[in-house]
Design a protein around this ligand. Structure first.
Ligand SMILES: Cc1cc2nc3c(=O)[nH]c(=O)nc-3n(C[C@H](O)[C@H](O)[C@H](O)COP(=O)(O)OP(=O)(O)OC[C@H]3O[C@@H](n4cnc5c(N)ncnc54)[C@H](O)[C@@H]3O)c2cc1C
Ligand code: FES
Length: 266
């Protein structure tokens, strides 16, 4: 399929490939079109040797460069993780509907695993706009953590949790959120922006609802085309105008970011 008519297809130069932890790496790519246009929460769809492209969130942006973080899961991400400086990779993007930063008095980003990457872009933009930020990031263990110094620098205040209890607060990000809430650091008018495994996002959405905080989540459904054509990525979202009370939304186009109250978690 050719996407040039939409101005979305680009050849990006690999500028750097940095190992972050045993299973994670980060590519720095040169592509001014994506770097200039990408909004936090948007993603690029990268060509590898596999049949389908692989979606990765835009993590940070600097001039004509942007980064993507990769967790090696299968063949597609393994191939992408082997790209070397000087090589090029064909990408589509920026794609999707990102997070809402406007109008929040404070932003609280909550992420786990690869969900941390798009939230870095939120932190970058929030700082540029002068919006105060809190960050709560969960890792499995100290050994599997990454970018701690950078995340600390990017957020006004960072809370880290680990499942194994050897880094920060022991437990899931929920424990971190409760600590932030109990100490009064989450202000009225704070908006939670979340990305990570579905069970985590579901419990963060419940945390937000219980405290009347606005919350947006990024649904990383399996994708194929990435541009709204194939319906691989549909998810159920609330829609009172339909008889059933819901509709199917394409997470690559109407999402991946949705208001948490619109998501039907089944
Ligand atoms: C909008 C969006 C943004 C994403 N951002 C990032 C990112 O910044 N960094 C990153 O490392 N990954 C990200 N992902 C997930 C990434 O796209 C998949 O892990 C990748 O496509 C898997 O390809 P593969 O060939 O390596 O593995 P495959 O062989 O295709 O699959 C290996 C395993 O990964 C699982 N998997 C495949 N796709 C997904 C998915 N979308 N979500 C969860 N599990 C999946 C499969 O079920 C299987 O168990 C994102 C996904 C979406 C939809
Ligand atoms: S991935 Fe094809 S419609 Fe969303």
């Amino acid at each position: 399929m050719h996407y040039n008519g939409q101005g979305l297809e680009h050849e990006a130069e690999v500028v750097n490939n940095q190992q972050l932890s045993p299973r994670y790496c980060r590519l720095t790519l040169r592509c001014s079109s994506v770097a200039e246009a990408a909004k936090p929460g948007q993603f690029v769809n990268l060509l590898s040797g596999q049949y389908l492209r692989r979606p990765l969130a835009v993590a940070t942006v600097d001039d004509d460069l942007f980064t993507v973080g990769i967790e090696i899961k299968g063949e597609g991400t393994r191939e992408l993780s082997r790209l070397a400086p000087g090589e090029t990779v064909n990408i589509l993007g920026p794609l999707g509907h990102g997070y809402t930063l406007e109008g929040a008095e404070q932003l609280l980003v909550v992420g786990g695993g690869t969900g941390i990457f798009p939230l870095q872009h939120v932190l970058q933009k929030a700082r540029a706009a002068g919006v105060p930020t809190l960050a709560c990031f969960g890792f499995r263990s100290r050994q599997e953590s990454f970018l701690l110094d950078e995340l600390e620098e990017q957020s006004d205040e960072l809370v880290v949790t680990s499942d194994l209890g050897d880094l920060g607060i022991s437990g899931t990000v929920l424990r971190g959120l409760e600590a932030l809430w109990d100490s009064g650091r989450i202000r009225t008018g704070c908006r939670i922006l979340c990305c990570g495994p579905k069970p985590m996002m579901r419990s963060v959405a419940a945390f937000a609802a219980g405290r009347e905080l606005a919350c947006e989540v990024s649904l990383e459904e399996h994708m194929a085309c990435g541009v709204g054509l194939c319906l691989t990525c549909v998810c159920k979202t609330r829609n009172p105008e339909t008889e059933a009370g819901y509709r199917y939304s394409r997470s690559c186009l109407e999402g991946p970011v949705f208001a948490a109250t619109d998501v039907i978690w089944d």
